[in-house]
Design a protein. Sequence first.
Length: 435
Amino acid sequence: GIYGGNLTISCVGMSSADAESVQWNINGAAVAQTSTKVIENTYDDIDTARSSTTVLTISSLSYEDEGEVTCELKFSGTWYTSSTNSLNVIGIVTEPFDVGALKGADAAVYCVAEGPQIPSIEWYKDSTVLDSSLSSLASVSSGSEYISTLTITSASDSSNGMYKCKATWETSSSVEGGYVESSEAQLATYGVSYLTGSSTVALGSSFTITCKIDNYQTPTVLWKKAGLSNTDSEGLVQLDVTTWTDSLVVSTSVVGSTQYACSAKYTDSNGGVSSTDYTASTITVEQSCSTLTDPDGGALVCEGNDDDQTCTVTCNDGYIGRATPSVFTCTSGVWDGEPTSSECTVVATPSAYTVVYKAVYVYPIPCATSWGPYMLAAYPYHLENAVADLSEVPATVQLVTDSFVCENYPVDCSGAGCQKKEKSTDCGSALIPLL
């Protein structure tokens, strides 16, 4: 009979009268009526005789029900015993169990079937039958048990799923054919699915590497820094049911390259412990070129990356630099000569003067608080390029001040008299061509 199924056995005796008593025996012990073992007796006339039929029905068959079965009928005070028959239970004696499979490695799922003859065993993944070439069948030492092994080579994410086996026995003279299916077991791959790739970072910057682990149970993440164990991680974070991450803040205080690696340790439902190989990345810390600003009276154009740059300084009209243009090179974060704001301050002869005008106001009454309505003069007070001394501005330049209109400006009184108040933006500026 099939493990977990029902089995019916019949025994018939003939006599001139009904059987006075009936008894079933398994391995010499009388079978008692229970919820899983029911004995039913019927009696019929057959020609001139009476047939006494007794039926033993066993439900929810288990391996404890196996043994030698006989029935006994009592006629006219005498017990008559049937021939002996073997009751064999066929079925799955070892169910597949959950398996954690290391990514890239081979994994195996097992089930063991028991019966008096060799069964055929099929494997299913997510209810789809698998190719028979993926599994093998071997006899266990007892001779009535057969182990089927399903091998998953180079386990990957596509290997994840629910697996079960199905054992089938053909009907024979000694076996009532049938099949039995195991319960399902989960196969889940685990391991490091992502680690921040090798990177180059700036000296003194902030940088974090992340290790991502796929696993249907909580993993333990192991870190190594420069080949040595490291426990300074940020702590495990669960992203979803099967995905976890752990992060490590990288030290960037010293120039150089350091290898960081992470591994996932897994404990399966049977207490077995396994770990993935370490996945490594190299983090290189480099000194970066300092940021340059445009010099006064010029423009700065840079090409390259954070640690290797070439910058060219071009001075505006009326300015001269150390060289025109000036070229500065930064190698491995160090400049060979850093430009400053003085690069373009040497005077050259410009094609025109840029003159900014300023108005000076006074009020006729000392320390009055009203607005001063009188403009004493409007004159050039600063040259934005080329000439540092106002006395060098041609007189013709000063004469054009009549074209500027300046607003009244408040008196600034402090102490014992009116002070001149100057403002540089009211009168605007003009570009005066050289004569």
